[in-house]
Design a protein around this ligand. Sequence first.
Ligand SMILES: NC(=O)c1ccc[n+]([C@@H]2O[C@H](COP(=O)([O-])OP(=O)(O)OC[C@H]3O[C@@H](n4cnc5c(N)ncnc54)[C@H](OP(=O)(O)O)[C@@H]3O)[C@@H](O)[C@H]2O)c1
Length: 254
Amino acid sequence: MIRIISSDIGVRGTMASLQGKKVVVIGGTSGIGFAVASAAHDDGAQVIVASSQQVKVDGAVKQLGAKASGSALDVKNEDDVKRFFGDVGRFDHLVFTAGDWGGGTFGGGTLQEMDLAAAAQTFAVRFWGALAAVKHGCARIAEGGSITLTDGIIAHRPMKGAAVATAMAGSIEHLVRGLAFDLAPVRVNAVCPGFVFTERAKLYPEEMLKRFTATLPLPRSATPAEAAEAYLYLMRGGYTTGQVLIVDGGRSLV
Ligand SMILES: NC(=O)c1ccc[n+]([C@@H]2O[C@H](COP(=O)([O-])OP(=O)(O)OC[C@H]3O[C@@H](n4cnc5c(N)ncnc54)[C@H](OP(=O)(O)O)[C@@H]3O)[C@@H](O)[C@H]2O)c1
């Protein structure tokens, strides 16, 4: 006979907090990743942020506070990724938000003009970098832990001239479905953001930003903190794996 104890299934409890957990955020020195690191830190986690520029790592660690540390890491270099996780040791949750905003052919003209070597670079940080992090990080994840990757709404709402970006974003969604089987019981999910008003996004012309959001049910961009909530849920939500959580203000409905 199976005896179910109410506390096992969280009947009385609220969702698990990240108090005392060790959370690694690759790409956590700015934008969405920094907001995730900040929210996890506020929830009591020890946070380790990484990205390719030491100056950004130092700045983020200083801003995050006492339970934060960090290290420079270029996810395009597998030896660097291996060294990084060797230094990190055991941990609970891996979040990957590293992105180089193009790095290839995002929106870059017609197929006839496409430089295929440049197109392949679209995958270098966001797909292959993510996979390198999962490869070298997964065995160090403690029981109850998780991995959360990042794609983008262009996976579901293509734009002219950006077919490779759509393929790259969609590949992350399928990767998490496969990895959820390979790595179980470690949970593997992705967040699919719509338009998030990060420092990087602010570099786009205001007119273009308005055009992107004007017809949405929620006609504005998300704050980084709003996007971060999705990652927090996927870290805490112990029965969710192989899923993509879309945070897009309704973009996928229009
Ligand atoms: N903001 C949006 O509207 C939006 C929408 C959909 C999807 N996304 C995706 O979400 C992710 C985060 O976006 P964001 O707006 O937060 O961008 P962001 O502020 O530019 O953050 C990107 C992070 O990745 C790091 N990074 C870049 N190349 C790296 C490398 N080779 N190795 C390690 N770290 C690297 C950057 O730091 P360093 O410069 O120090 O390396 C930075 O910490 C990106 O993949 C983006 O495509 C964003």
